[in-house]
Design a protein around this ligand. Structure first.
Ligand code: NAD
Length: 329
């Protein structure tokens, strides 16, 4: 790699992008470009010593500004959220196809050396995720294609866009299929939050208000695996600078039910709550977890932060955010 390469992080105002910028700074990178469409004061992590650009990356010219002179482009920008958002905003999710398509074109035209795309476990065939005790998903389970409607189809299409830019234009694209990422500095309210943050918020609110109740979407039996943010950021950089070209799972193999996730947060918070199950709320597939055979084989590595440890940090951060913001209880 060049001595002081320019790294462009797209979606830097969001959860994973913000954590990646923080990590690059901590490693000593001095030329970092952070790009997001949100007004700067709404970015989750802000650093004055990096080049911060507020741009709508659905447009091609904005993508050229993001990619110009960059050695590496990380595409972490997407219009997304948890199940409550993606089940009700399929067109918005699919419009993120413009971001990746224009970024691929700009990266090719600007001579970018490495291009990373954040795909998702939502690309996996829905028929393989019908049981709570699901078989962990292997990379080959994306085909025959039956991804999550809207969001998952966009991810699968964009994965293939990356593949063809690599094959036809020589752009070094790398694609990770993230499985649920959680941690501090993520979305925890407003409708786009995912299960770990939502559970932390609900438990913290219950504790602070003294109303010891919690509503849970679905039966609580649905299973998932959750990856802590530091593992995500580490795996992302490892993959981006590797020679491995196929989409690969970056996710935790520690599968739990949503009820077990609530047990963990209750225990961290030191409360026990009355559970009320919202059976008509969006809940996604019944079971989903990451099969890490491939990543262990290729990198001799897999995300390893224990859920209990990551949730402890996440709960503490969300609890503080609630107290700081004096959210109405
Ligand atoms: P996030 O919503 O926190 O961050 C995404 C950022 O992209 C936001 O800050 C948003 O403002 C920005 N963005 C959206 N549209 C834009 C546009 N047109 N121009 C510029 N910026 C735009 O989400 P995240 O959790 O950080 O996710 C990052 C990536 O990882 C996304 O592609 C997401 O689909 C993928 N992913 C995340 C998870 C997860 O659990 N967090 C799981 C699978 C895949």
């Amino acid at each position: 790699m060049a001595k002081d390469p320019l790294i462009s992080v797209c979606g830097a105002g969001g959860f994973i992008g913000g954590a990646l910028v923080a990590d690059l700074r901590a490693q000593g990178f001095t030329r970092i470009r952070a790009v997001d469409q949100k007004p700067f004061d709404q970015w989750y992590q802000r650093f004055d010593d990096v080049e911060n650009l507020v741009l709508d990356l659905q447009g091609r010219e904005a993508c050229v500004k993001a990619a110009e002179g960059a050695h590496t482009v990380y595409n972490l920008a997407a219009d997304m959220g948890g199940m409550g958002f993606i089940e009700n905003n399929k067109a918005l999710c699919m419009l993120s196809v413009l971001i990746n398509t224009h970024l691929c074109m700009a990266a090719r035209d600007c001579g970018v050396e490495r291009f990373f795309y954040a795909s998702s476990a939502c690309v996996y065939n829905g028929d393989k995720q019908k049981q709570y005790d699901v078989k962990p998903l292997k990379e080959e389970d994306a085909y025959p294609a039956l991804p999550e409607d809207g969001y998952g189809w966009e991810k699968l299409f964009s994965e293939r866009m990356c593949r063809h830019f690599r094959e036809d234009f020589g752009l070094k694209t790398r694609v990770a299929r993230y499985h649920n990422v959680y941690g501090p500095y993520g979305t925890w309210d407003g409708g786009r939050e995912k299960a770990p943050a939502a559970v932390c918020r609900k438990v913290a609110m219950a504790k602070l208000s003294g109303r010891h109740e919690i509503d849970i979407w679905g039966t609580g039996g649905q299973t998932r695996s959750f990856m802590y943010i530091t593992d995500c950021v580490q795996g992302t950089q490892m993959l981006t600078h590797s020679d491995f070209v196929e989409p690969i799972n970056i996710g935790s193999a520690e599968m739990v039910s949503i009820n077990q996730l609530v047990d963990i947060v209750e225990e961290i918070a030191g409360v026990k709550l009355e559970r009320s199950y919202k059976l008509d709320a969006p809940k996604g597939v019944n079971g989903r977890s990451s099969d890490n055979t491939l990543i262990k084989q290729v990198f001799n590595w897999e995300p390893s932060t224990r859920l209990r440890d990551g949730m402890e940090k996440t709960y503490a951060w969300i609890y503080d955010e609630i107290v700081k913001g004096r959210k109405s209880l």
